[in-house]
Write a protein that binds this ligand. Structure first.
Ligand code: F6R
Length: 613
């Protein structure tokens, strides 16, 4: 949550910062601001709304030329979204400016101390307290800014990624992180800082990922890293593999639509080099050192939030069916505040697209403290979760920029499917012939997703009929139950229509009371082991005049004759159906949201990576 961009070097800072903020807008978009330093001093410009509103505001300003600057796009935590609460924030003297991503939990007591000393505040934010606090320490201890930042970091409780600039030192940026991401791009005589690599990739592929409790001092184009105890650390330069096209819309109207259409490729990328159906090999490099623990696990515990949690639910079915190992899927936010039982034989899997979700990170730390081995399934390379886990596999879906997760979900399921098949094979819980057949079928999934996407036009037409509905019900059974949850979540988050996902058989225990001629019900009724039962549930809804949209296996005429609309997907093994059946549901929510005039890529109140709890 919140996007940070900063630049110092030979070029003009403002265009780089604005472009970077637009790339980071998926992290928060309720206000934006920049601070620039030139002969007119250290000036802050900020505006409620999108980065484009800030740009408009900047048109009226003079002398924006600067070779150093910081910028921020906000997702409000403390204080409503308005101009005052937008970042950057000045210190009392206006000699310092700060941008901050995270939450300072003890800000109220620090603020009270500063108020007692006569400080005044221009915003309601914890971030302004942070920079005032740093300035107060600098004044009282009569120390350098670097020292004051270090002393302040010892006192604040919470999460932060910060970048600070100073009027007194036009070639200095100081940054620090704990719990919120910060990447430093190292160019030739220039440095970039950002919440993720997307604003940087255009200029350099050399990056340093700041660690928790590390401070970066960029002075006169030299980068120095120190820990909070003032011990110098050698920067480790990573080479970014990301391509610029991956973070652009590439002719699609929205990132979400582009990402839905990317799924044949993203699933293929995820399987590539790991799955070889001919030789019957599944290789996940990340598992190598922990294979013994994985193979002999008594239980698998999965930690995740939101869509990633739904992928975890699919994995529960996969691991139990193929490897006969019990699985528990936990909301990370609940797990972290219980006193969960973690035993010697448990193998913990944490799933996260962003790799930054605060609750998932905290749940990982708790499980680690109880002696668990944690395996990460993440998409963003170099993010916090892959660094906090013992081992892991990246999903290789490429940057996911639309706030509603689509291609990350199918890539997560692809990794988890490979893990389940590999485990079943090693444990001898699937026969060799079944194993070979399953690997073969899994290899066909990218082309089957391609085929599923061919229904887009039909789904657009169906969407037009239901765009004004006030509620939706999504029902599925077995492997399609988590897909029903995911379909409902997609619709809620981008179209703001209330939707609920249920196991189809649970309908009779309550939700059936909601059914009338106004209620659209989406059934996932593919030809699998619970097909007949789901068909009975469809009849129950039709008997009560509900409007049914059914996702069916191609060639299914029985359901077609029973319901209002059918969307066909290719046939596959029941365990792989979620990879196909979720596609029409993604498209349904997309088209409905577009027709309702919603901002699909940046739905209200949401942010892509939830770095606060
Ligand atoms: C829904 C969505 C969220 C995320 C959740 C976890 O479309 O994107 O529900 O799935 O915030 O995020 P990650 O996977 O980054 O941990």
């Amino acid at each position: 949550m919140c996007g940070i961009v900063a630049y110092v070097g030979q070029r003009e800072a403002l265009p780089i910062i604005i472009k970077g903020l637009k790339r980071l807008e998926y992290r928060g978009y309720d206000s934006a601001g920049v601070a620039l330093l030139n002969s007119d001093g250290l000036n802050v410009y900020k505006k409620k709304g999108k980065v484009s509103d800030l740009e408009e505001h900047l048109l009226d300003q003079k002398n924006l030329k600067s070779h150093i600057g910081i910028g921020h796009t906000r997702w409000a935590t403390h204080g409503e979204p308005n101009d005052r609460n937008a970042h950057p924030h000045y210190s009392q003297s206006e000699n310092l400016a700060l941008i901050h991503n995270g939450i300072i939990e003890n800000y109220a007591s620090i603020k009270q101390d500063l108020l007692n000393k006569g400080y005044t505040f221009n915003s309601d934010t914890d971030s302004e307290v942070f920079i005032q606090f740093i300035e107060d320490i600098k004044k009282n201890a009569n120390c350098t800014l670097e020292e004051a930042v270090r002393l302040a970091l010892h006192k604040v409780v919470g999460a932060y990624a910060i970048v600070i600039m100073s009027k007194e030192d036009p070639n200095l940026l100081i940054a620090a992180r704990k719990g919120s991401p910060l990447v430093i791009g190292v160019g030739e005589n220039e440095h970039f800082l950002a919440s993720d690599a997307t604003p940087i990739i255009e200029y350099t592929n050399q990056v340093v990922y700041l660690d928790d409790f590390q401070i970066a001092i960029i002075r006169d184009n030299k980068l120095q890293l120190k820990n909070i105890e003032n011990v110098e650390n050698t920067p480790y330069i990573h080479k970014l593999e990301m391509e610029l096209e991956a973070i652009e819309k590439g002719g699609f109207e929205h990132f979400m639509l582009k990402e839905i259409y990317e799924q044949p490729k993203s699933i293929a990328d995820c399987l590539r080099g790991r799955l070889d159906a001919k030789s019957g090999r599944v290789v996940l490099g990340g598992l190598r050192d922990y294979m013994n623990k994985f193979e002999h696990a008594d239980r698998i515990v999965i930690l995740a939030c939101g869509t990633s949690w739904h992928a975890g639910l699919v994995a529960e079915y996969l691991f139990e069916e193929f490897a006969r190992v019990p699985v528990e899927v936990e909301y990370a936010s609940e797990f972290r505040y219980r006193n969960p039982v973690i035993r010697e034989g448990d193998f913990v899997i944490a799933i996260s697209q962003s790799g930054e979700t605060a609750d998932t990170l905290a749940a990982i730390e708790l499980a680690k403290s109880k002696g668990a081995i944690i395996f990460g399934v993440c998409n963003v390379v170099g993010s916090s979760i892959p660094r906090a886990t013992h081992a892991g596999s990246y999903t290789h879906a490429g940057p996911e920029i639309g706030v509603a997760s689509t291609k990350a979900f199918t890539a997560q399921i692809s990794v988890l499917t490979m893990m389940a098949l590999m485990l079943g094979h090693r444990r001898g819980t699937i026969t060799e012939s079944n194993y070979m057949m399953l690997l073969n079928e899994l290899e066909q999934i990218p082309s089957k997703v391609e085929k599923a996407l061919k229904s887009a036009k039909l789904i657009e037409e169906i969407s037009a009929k239901f765009k004004d509905a006030r509620n939706f019900l999504y029902l599925g059974r077995g492997y399609n139950f988590p897909v029903a949850l995911e379909g409902a979540l997609k619709l809620k988050e981008i179209s703001y229509i209330h939707a609920e996902g249920y196991p189809a058989a649970e309908m009779k225990h309550g939700p059936i009371a909601l059914i009338d001629e106004e209620m659209p019900v989406v059934f996932i009724a593919t030809k699998d082991s619970s097909y007949e039962k789901v068909v009975s549930n469809i009849q129950e809804v039709k008997a009560r005049k509900g409007k049914v949209i059914a996702v069916v296996t191609e060639g299914d005429h029985d359901v077609k004759n029973m319901v209002d609309h059918v969307i066909e997907i290719p046939d596959t093994h029941e365990a792989f159906v979620p990879l196909l059946s979720v596609v029409p549901l993604q498209l349904l929510s997309y088209y409905i949201a577009v027709m309702r005039g919603c901002n699909v890529d940046q739905p209200r109140n949401l942010a892509k990576s939830v770095t606060v709890e």
